[in-house]
Design a binder for this molecule. Structure first.
Ligand code: PMP
Length: 404
């Protein structure tokens, strides 16, 4: 049985009451983005109705309210990730911007021609392209950890890639295309033993499992608010405090300085040095509300329920004739990827849409891992804690009918 009443939870998400093609919406595209609870929507409205101001600068009441709300959200993120200080939490636009920040600041400042970056075959384009751009500029080498036929990273092959030239390991905690949960703490530890820094892409993990950045021991950890029931346009870069303070900022402007003359500028320590200009204040506050929301339900409870749904969906999908599941690692988060004999993935997506079911059909911004399985595209239902077995049944029934 579920550790919470999913029908009560669903009432918090106004959009789940929508109809699509005169059918109730079934939102199974959570890996692309998640829906927002009333508590988040209301919190953003409240900000604009009662607190809106720029932060830090002016000594007036609304500036104080906005600053408290924004810094309060930073504190919630710190606790959510179990970071040791709020100084380690930098607000950015999303996971993509966080990775680019590390590439364009730390990477540009510290990597030398011939240095090596290791990524895994599972990566989202956001954790490939910035490193490739940097490698082109600085003549670095990118090495790729292979995955096995289940879609799991092969640790022995990873160990062979590590060496004195390895300066950075960047990999995902959960694959957005297959759902694989990688042995992240082990990958971090091995990277550190080789003397490398390690970045963990948590875009797909934070909404599905408890994350503890101190236990993980990553140097940087990134995620996007919109995948964890918060708005788009807000995300987080976590970094170890000393490392952040040793790194020169990538963008200059207001807010991030201690003192400016025409000759030189003295920067704030983190997080200020990496938050130039006016940030996305209201949506950061919305992210704080989303964290409160999932924390109240409990990440362990969410994880447990989603695992149950995942197992349920996996077993039923296996019974659909001609359906091939891609990504069969024993350790998975709630992403399912498949192809169906005789149908293009877009056709499957369109048929499901007729029933009100939203799934992603495509390459999921992770072309290398799909090509590892000889594919350009899969159908990808992805689950969240507000999904139900009845919704999974509808998905599977529609696929059965399609095959008849
Ligand atoms: N990494 C992974 C694993 C993702 O799934 C995504 C989003 N699909 C990203 C990075 C990039 O996130 P965003 O587009 O929100 O910046």
């Amino acid at each position: 049985t579920a550790p919470f009443d999913v029908n009560i939870i669903r009432r918090d998400f106004p959009i789940l009451g929508e109809t699509v093609n005169r059918k109730p919406l079934v939102w199974l595209d959570n890996a692309a983005t998640t829906q927002k609870p009333r508590q988040v929507i209301d919190r953003i409205s409240y900000f604009y109705e009662h607190e809106n101001s720029n932060i830090h600068r002016a000594a007036h009441e609304l500036a104080a309210r906005a600053t408290d709300a924004y810094e309060g959200a930073r504190k919630k993120v710190q606790q959510f990730l179990n970071a040791s200080s709020t100084n380690e939490i930098i607000f950015v636009r999303g996971a993509t911007e966080a990775i680019n920040l590390v590439a364009k600041s730390w990477g540009e400042q510290n990597l030398q021609p011939g240095d090596e970056i290791i990524v895994s075959h599972l990566e989202h384009h956001a954790n490939i392209v910035p490193w490739q751009q940097l490698a082109g500029k600085k003549n670095l080498k990118i090495k790729v950890i292979p995955v096995d036929d289940d879609g799991q990273i092969i640790i022995d092959e990873y160990i062979k890639l590590l060496g004195p030239k390895t300066k950075l390991v960047a990999f995902t905690q959960v694959s957005n295309a297959l759902g694989t949960v990688t042995p992240a703490a082990q990958i971090v530890k091995l990277g550190h033993l080789a003397g490398a820094k390690v970045l963990v892409d948590g875009a797909q993990s934070v909404s599905h499992m408890p994350v503890d950045v101190q236990a993980l021991d990553a140097d940087w950890f990134v995620f996007s608010g919109h995948k964890v029931f918060a708005p788009t346009g807000i995300g987080v870069l976590y970094g170890k405090e000393d490392l952040l303070n040793e790194t020169q900022p990538w963008q200059g402007g207001g807010n991030m300085i201690v003192d400016v003359t025409f000759e030189q500028t003295k920067y704030h320590n983190a997080p200020g040095r990496f938050e130039a200009g006016t940030g996305n204040i209201a949506d950061a506050v919305g992210l704080g509300a989303a964290i409160d929301y999932v924390t109240r339900i409990g990440m362990p409870a969410i994880s447990q329920y989603e695992h149950y749904l995942l197992v349920y969906a996996t077993e039923l999908l296996k019974e659909v004739k001609g359906l091939q599941l891609i990504g069969t690692a024993p350790d998975k988060a709630s992403v399912l990827s498949f192809v169906l004999d005789g149908y293009k993935t877009e056709e499957v997506g369109a048929e499901l849409n007729k029933q009100g079911i939203a799934v992603r059909s495509g390459h999921h911004c992770a072309q290398p891992i799909l090509r590892r399985f000889g594919l350009e595209s899969t159908v990808r239902p992805s689950l969240a804690f507000y999904n139900t077995c009845a919704e999974v049944d509808l998905l599977v029934d529609t696929l059965h009918r399609l095959k008849k």
